[in-house]
Design a protein around this ligand. Sequence first.
Ligand code: AMP
Ligand code: MG
Length: 339
Amino acid sequence: MNTKLLTEKDMDTAAAILRNGGLVGIPTETVYGLGANGLDSGAVGRIFAAKGRPQDNPLILHIPEAAWLERYCRDVPKEAYTLAERFWPGPLTMILHRREIVPDAVTAGLDTVGMRCPAHSLTLEVIRRAGVPVAAPSGNTSGRPSPTCAAHMWEDMAGKIDAILDGGPCGVGVESTIIDLTCSPPRLLRPGGLPLEALQEVLGEVAVDAALLRPLGEGERPKAPGMKYRHYAPKAPVTVVAGPAEAAAQYIAAHLSEKTGVICFAEYAALFSGCTVHVMGASGDLAEQARHVFDALRAFDGTDVSEIYAQCPAETGLGLAVANRLKKAAGFHVVEVGR
Ligand code: AMP
Ligand code: MG
């Protein structure tokens, strides 16, 4: 298949491809998504084929405004509208009870559906013009780091999908925060671009799914089915070094070999000269770290790096999402230093 690279002037083309059952890479503020008409099971099936995604991992439905929630969800609680008012368009996905109109292919047979309104003007306009909700997971090949620019999506999807709409680099850089509003208290299923603390301000108590914090045991099932898979992984194995930044940097510096790759905070890059180094951002700048964590995880592919050490922020604010992506990329291989 000859994949087209589309830009802002091609929004009608993107909308027509979606309406007609094709696949389009869509820019959002979090990461690029792989979109299809969310009411068309055949089109949604092609997303799974293009990504090599396991069938039991549901997709998120993207809509242009909260007023569309009632079309696809029933018993929508008032908290959903409060959250939408505060945080949509934005990096928040809400799990709600689905209506029958939503195909099983989207929800992997669950009776709930993930709903999001992304903060990207091109994608909002394309969804409006298509006139259908757009089902989309991240636009990477299953298991790889999520794409945060059109070129990354091209690496994974050229030849497999109809088009990629280039909307520039993603401003947030990690996927949406997922909150399940079908249980009490509401449960955080995935930390992401909206900090947990912002949800707690609105919702009060929020439970945190165990799958976020540690590897799952044999036979354990997370509530977000996606959480059980190895994720975001570069080709070389990753070790996350957690703890105070200075101590973590010293630990990594003491373990370097010729083929070590290092993901670090800007202040410590000079310690690793001679190695392949990728800087996430300054140690205090969580927004910058979020924007660059997936670039960093992709940066070593195609080099001769055979092991990767990564510094890791403390798990507050956006740091919870950055640390989660790094730990998942490492298969939860984490060394704790200096505590
Ligand atoms: P991705 O953004 O590529 O990771 O894909 C969507 C994520 O949303 C996956 O981690 C899914 O497991 C999660 N998700 C989608 N729908 C649901 C749902 N109904 N219940 C729980 N998690 C969901
Ligand atoms: Mg994904």
